[in-house]
Design a protein around this ligand. Structure first.
Ligand code: URA
Length: 210
């Protein structure tokens, strides 16, 4: 992927995103839309998955047909909201391996601190897609990418629903080699680190915790 940031402007993506942003959308509706939107974005972010060919017999004749090459993709959820994006991708790529990164923000240093990390083996040979619906300050996203690189990953992409200009700039600064795919580059962050116009707290909306 040559561009650092890809905003998917497909009409279905934009329509579903509007429904997700609307505060009147129910928890069930939000979850369903998140799964659908994630699939549409996953289509874009997996565009460069390597292909090889295999010999098959169609009912008509033998052919050399394209098939995905290499090790299975690794999908990494940045907890907790990233979990809401797993099902959508896994429906498209059922054989993907799945990892998790848990980070919390230290209230004194304001820096992300790792509390959980579990990744599939052989990360260096896999395309890795890190998922988190909201790229806000970029602090936890950048820290999660640091951990994945430390674990050997060298072909990482970042999939989110919404990105802030601040988050994109931070990622570009710290991880210029990690392409970002999103449904929207929103206007700004507020002083609490929420994206505007945004969609609120993605975790609370998908899990119904508020
Ligand atoms: N996380 C969220 O869930 N929403 C935001 O707007 C920013 C970070």
């Amino acid at each position: 992927m040559s561009d650092h940031l890809t905003v998917v402007d497909h009409p279905l993506v934009q329509h579903k995103l509007t429904l997700m942003r609307d505060k009147g959308t129910s928890t069930a509706g939000f979850r369903r839309l998140l799964r659908e939107l994630t699939q549409l974005l996953a289509y874009e972010i997996t565009r460069e998955m390597p292909l090889t060919t295999t010999t098959i017999d169609t009912p008509m004749e033998e052919m050399e047909a394209p098939i995905l090459a290499g090790k299975k993709l690794a999908l990494v959820s940045i907890l907790r909201a990233g979990n809401g994006m797993l099902d959508g991708v896994l429906e498209l790529i059922p054989s993907a391996r799945v990892g998790f990164v848990g980070l919390y923000r230290d209230e004194e240093t304001l820096q992300p601190v790792q509390y959980y990390f579990k990744a599939p083996e052989g990360l260096k040979d896999r395309m890795v897609i890190a998922v988190d619906p909201m790229l806000a300050t970029g602090n936890s996203s950048a820290a999660a990418i640091d951990l994945l690189k430390e674990a050997g990953a060298n072909d990482i992409r970042f999939l989110c629903l919404l990105a802030s200009p601040e988050g994109v700039a931070r990622m570009k600064d710290l991880h210029p080699d990690v392409p970002i795919v999103t449904a929207s580059l929103d206007r700004e962050l507020n002083d609490k680190g929420y994206i505007l116009p945004g969609l609120g707290d993605a975790g609370d909306r998908m899990f119904g915790t508020k």
